[in-house]
Write a protein that binds this ligand. Structure first.
Ligand code: AR6
Length: 178
């Protein structure tokens, strides 16, 4: 498993290659859709491991606009919470801004709940078709500027699925924080 970390403000920004459902963090982020129906990809893996109570809580909430995030239980996961962030579908318009907002709103939600650690997947880069290098730039820049402000978050992790995704994030992070 590959791993790297950088200090940003008082926090640690980490990159890990692996399965996000295995991570020990206060919250893991789901790559969700607006109707909060957990399908394949990260969502499917979270549902299988965390249990159906996560979907039931999503159903009670019902809806989340693109670029925003909501929080539910983590069910049987190691993570206590799942933050469901709705990224854009590639081609729908205003994708960069929406992905940036989905990232920032997840970080804010974690802070508002007093959480200390959060782990993200590469939102929108699977079924939603967003290019990986562009996602890395947007999610990492948004996170770096957030961590340079006022936050109680000690640890923000990006959990990348596969060596190529990890390498793309590693190179982008080296460019942003040499
Ligand atoms: N751990 C970490 N990353 C993963 C994992 C995992 N276990 N599984 C996949 N990835 P996706 P999206 C990577 O499709 O594009 C669902 O149906 C994957 O390789 O999960 O935002 C939802 O319900 C890719 O790089 O999310 C929505 O309808 C990244 O995670 C829709 O898909 C995101 O892939 C959301 O699509």
């Amino acid at each position: 498993m590959m791993h790297m970390h950088k200090r940003v403000g008082n926090s640690t920004l980490e990159l890990i290659e692996g399965d996000i459902t295995e991570l020990d963090a206060d919250a893991i982020v789901n790559a969700a859709n607006s109707s909060l129906k957990m399908g394949g990809g990260v969502a499917g893996a979270i549902l299988r491991k965390g249990g159906y109570e996560i979907q039931e809580e999503c159903d009670r909430i019902g809806y989340c606009p693109v670029g925003d995030a909501i929080i539910t239980t983590g069910g049987r996961l190691k993570a206590k919470y799942v933050i469901h962030a709705v990224g854009p579908k590639w081609g729908e318009g205003d994708e960069d801004e929406k992905l940036k907002n989905a990232t920032l709103n997840s970080l804010k939600l974690a802070d508002e709940r007093g959480l200390r650690s959060i782990a993200f997947p590469a939102i929108s880069t699977g079924i939603f078709g967003f290019p990986m290098d562009r996602c890395a730039k947007i999610m990492l820049s948004a996170t770096i500027s957030y961590l340079q402000g006022n936050t109680q978050l000690e640890r923000v992790v990006f959990c990348l699925f596969g060596k190529d995704a990890f390498e793309t994030f590693r190179k982008t992070l080296e460019e942003l924080l040499p």
